[in-house]
Design a protein around this ligand. Structure first.
Ligand code: SDX
Length: 431
C-alpha cells in the first residue's frame, strides 16, 4: 500500500518580525485540510503551540475517518453502523489491518491464524502468579503484554513486513486469552484455554466463564453482542492510546512493548477507563431524584466532577458508537430476561437531563462510546474492573493496524515534539 502525496490545497503565509513564511496547505480524501508547518522553524524560528494536540495532525492515515460535527465514523470507508450490523470482529480486524474486506478464503485463513496464535506460553502463568489476586486487570495486562516481548525476541526485527504482520496477528490473537486469564486469576479459578471450534468472541466468553467443574454453553446472544462491542471499539484514528502506540513504535521499539504502552494510556478514566468510571458514577448518583444535584456539581468548576461517558475531543455530535451501544443494551438485557435494569434507566434519565441542559448543549457534550458499555458488561456478568480490559482487547486491532501503517509512511520519523520554555534563565551555582 503506497502513500499518495496529499493534494496541494493552496498556501497560508505567516509574517513575523518582518519575515514571511509561505506554507503549503494539504488536503486528504476527506476532513480538514492541514497546514504543512515543517519549514516554519527554519524559516521563522517559531514552534507551533498546541497542548493536547487538538489542532495537530500528527500523521497521515488511511484507516479510520471521523467527522466529529456529523457524528460519522468510517473504518476503511465503511460506516460503523453497517459493520456493526453485518460484519464480524475477525472480518473487521482483517479490514483494519489490510485495507479491504477479506474474501471467503482470506477470512477463513485469518481466523485460523488467530486461533493458532491464541495460546500463551505456559510460563506466562508465572507472570500472573506474581500479582496479588486483587490486582487491577489493566495492571496485569500492561505488565504481561510488555513481558511477552521477552518470549518473542524476533519481534524486535521490525525491518520486514512479515515479522511486523506476525507480531500484529499474535497480539490480536492473544489479548482475549490474556484478559480472560487476568479475570480467572482474580477469582482464583483455573485458566481456560481457547478452543478450535469457537469463534473469537465465543472463545473470549468461554475463557471468562467456563469452569472445570461443570459444562458451560456460550450464549450466542452474548457472544454476538460482544462481537459487536469489539467492532465498535476496534479503532478510532489518532486517540491518546493509538498515538502512544505510534509514538513508541516510532523509536523502533518491540511491538509488544508498544501495545503495553497503549494499554497504559487506555487505562486512564479520561480515555478507555471511562466505562468503569461511568458505572462508579451511576452508583454514586443512585436514583434519578439525585440527578439535578449531581449535574449541579458537574457544572460547578470547583467540584472537579465530570459527567463520565459524556464529551469527546472530536465528536461534537452523538458518538455513533454510543447509539449502537444503547441499542445493544436493550437487546442484551431482554435476552437475559432483565426487565428493568435500574442502571440503564438511570443512565437514560441522566442522558435526557444532560441533553436538555444548556451547559452540555453549549459545549456540544454528548454521550460517547463509554456511556452505555459498562451497563452491558455488568448485565453480562463482567466485573467493573474488567471493562477497560475489554476495550483493550478490541483496540489492539486498531493499535497494531496503525503501528503497521506507520512503517509504510515515507514521512515516518521519531516523534519528538518541542516546548514553550517558561523556566529559569541560565544561572550559576553559588557554591
Ligand atoms: C474515549 O479520542 C478518542 O477517540 C477516545 C475514544 C476512542 O475510541 O479512542 O473515543 C474513547 O476515550 C471516549 C472519552 C471517554 N472519556 C470520558 O467519558 C471522560 C469524560 N469526558 C471528558 O473528560 C472529556 O470530554 C474528554 C476527555 C473526553 C475530552 O476532553 P477535551 O476534548 O480536552 O475537552 P475539554 O476538557 O477541553 O472540555 C471542553 C469543555 C470544558 O468546559 P469549559 O472549560 O469550556 O467551561 O467541556 C467541559 C470542560 O469542562 N467538559 C465536560 C466534560 N467533558 C468536557 N464537563 C463535564 N463533563 C464532561 N464529561
Amino acid at each position: 500500500m503506497s502513500f499518495s502525496p496529499p493534494q496541494d490545497d493552496g498556501t497560508v503565509s505567516i509574517t513575523f518580525q518582518g519575515k514571511t513564511a509561505t506554507l503549503p496547505v494539504l488536503s486528504g480524501a476527506s476532513g480538514n485540510s492541514v497546514v504543512d508547518i515543517r519549514s516554519l522553524t527554519k524559516e521563522l524560528g517559531l514552534f507551533t503551540f498546541d497542548p493536547g494536540l487538538g489542532s495537530t495532525a500528527a500523521c497521515e492515515s488511511k484507516i479510520t475517518f471521523i467527522d466529529g460535527e456529523k457524528g460519522i465514523l468510517l473504518y476503511r470507508g465503511y460506516p460503523i453502523e453497517q459493520l456493526a450490523a453485518k460484519s464480524s470482529f475477525a472480518e473487521v480486524a482483517y479490514l483494519l489491518l489490510y485495507g479491504e474486506l477479506p474474501s471467503k478464503e482470506e477470512h477463513e485463513d485469518f481466523k485460523e491464524r488467530l486461533l493458532n496464535h491464541s495460546l500463551l506460553h505456559e510460563q506466562i502463568r508465572n507472570f500472573f502468579n506474581g500479582y496479588r489476586r486483587d490486582a487491577h486487570p489493566m495492571a496485569m495486562l500492561c505488565g504481561t503484554v510488555g513481558g511477552l516481548s521477552a518470549f518473542y525476541p524476533e519481534g524486535i526485527d521490525i525491518s520486514n513486513e512479515e515479522s511486523r504482520d506476525l507480531s500484529a496477528v499474535r497480539l490480536i490473537a492473544k489479548m482475549p486469552t490474556l484478559a480472560a486469564w487476568a479475570y480467572k486469576y482474580s477469582r482464583g479459578e483455573p485458566f481456560v484455554y481457547p478452543r478450535a471450534d469457537y469463534s473469537y468472541s465465543e472463545n473470549f466468553i468461554n475463557m471468562l466463564f467456563a469452569r472445570a467443574d461443570r459444562p458451560y454453553k456460550v450464549n450466542p446472544i452474548l457472544s454476538n453482542a460482544l462481537d459487536r462491542i469489539l467492532i465498535l471499539h476496534a479503532d478510532h484514528e489518532q486517540n491518546a492510546s493509538t498515538s502512544t502506540v505510534r509514538l513508541t513504535g516510532s523509536t523502533g521499539s518491540h511491538p509488544f512493548a508498544c501495545v503495553a504502552a497503549g494499554i497504559a494510556a487506555l487505562w486512564g478514566p479520561a480515555h478507555g477507563g471511562a466505562n468503569e468510571a461511568v458505572l462508579q458514577m451511576l452508583g454514586k448518583i443512585g436514583s434519578k431524584e439525585n440527578i439535578p444535584d449531581f449535574i449541579a456539581k458537574v457544572k460547578d468548576k470547583n467540584s472537579n466532577v465530570r459527567l463520565m461517558g459524556f464529551g469527546h475531543r472530536v465528536y461534537k455530535n452523538f458518538d455513533p458508537r454510543a447509539k449502537i451501544m444503547q441499542q445493544t443494551c436493550y437487546e442484551v438485557l431482554e435476552e437475559l430476561g432483565i426487565k428493568h435494569d435500574p442502571l440503564l434507566e438511570l443512565a437514560i434519565e441522566l442522558e435526557k437531563y444532560a441533553l436538555n441542559d444548556d451547559y452540555f448543549v453549549q459545549r456540544k457534550l454528548y454521550p460517547n462510546v463509554d456511556f452505555y458499555s459498562g451497563i452491558i458488561f455488568k448485565a453480562m456478568g463482567i466485573p467493573k474492573s474488567m471493562f477497560t480490559a475489554f476495550f483493550a482487547v478490541a483496540r489492539t486491532v486498531g493499535w497494531v493496524s496503525q503501528w503497521k501503517e506507520a512503517f509504510n509512511d515515507p514521512l515516518r520519523r521519531i516523534y519528538r515534539p518541542r516546548q514553550l520554555y517558561t523556566g529559569h534563565q541560565r544561572r550559576d551555582l553559588n557554591k
